[in-house]
Write a protein that binds this ligand. Structure first.
Ligand code: PNS
Length: 164
């Protein structure tokens, strides 16, 4: 069955990520959303929680709870995970030209490591192109409104900030 992995930190998952998942799930009968356990970036939530939130968000946002979409945690190389789950493709989202440099470097590196595995990019939907998890974390930290940036499953977990 054509399978793709969509790896990321997802700290937290945003509406932009969800849009990429929905569109990739329309192309690949099996999509494995892969939550990196030990990211190079500092993360706010552990991988168990990041994965649980994605599961809830999929159940709420996608028809049939995201049938064909699996959520796993992984450590190590994305290409090794792709091989383990039998994926021939890696899915990534592209928001702006600024993403291109690091994403092309990753795509070329992954192809060197695993020539049989190709990366497919989805352009972020225009309304989500400005979104990033780090922006969401910062806004939430200061009590700003992120309700138009993340799914309800993320909102439910944000600490309630009392008005000043
Ligand atoms: O959501 P992110 O943080 O932009 O995702 C980055 C991710 C997880 C895709 C990338 O860091 C990754 O693939 N890490 C796993 C380690 C690996 O395979 N490194 C070589 C890729 S060039």
């Amino acid at each position: 069955m054509p399978t793709a992995v969509y790896p990321g930190s997802f700290d937290p998952i945003t509406l932009g990520h969800l849009d990429v998942i929905a569109r990739a799930a329309g192309v690949f009968p099996r999509l494995v959303v892969a939550v990196l356990v030990n990211t190079r970036k500092p993360v706010q939530r552990d991988a168990d929680e990041r994965a649980a939130v994605i599961g809830e968000a999929l159940a709420e946002a996608m028809p049939h709870g995201g049938h064909g979409v699996e959520v796993v945690k992984f450590d190590g190389l994305t290409v090794d995970l792709a091989r383990r789950v039998g994926a021939d493709f890696i899915v990534r989202g592209l928001r702006a030209v600024s993403d291109f440099e690091s994403e092309s470097q990753m795509a070329h590196t992954n192809r060197k490591l695993a020539p049989g595995i190709d990366t497919i990019f989805f352009m972020a939907a225009l309304e989500h192109a400005y979104l990033s998890s780090s922006l969401v974390r910062e806004i939430a930290l200061f009590g700003g409104d992120v309700s138009h940036m993340v799914p309800p499953a993320v909102l439910r977990r944000l600490p309630q900030v009392s008005p000043a």
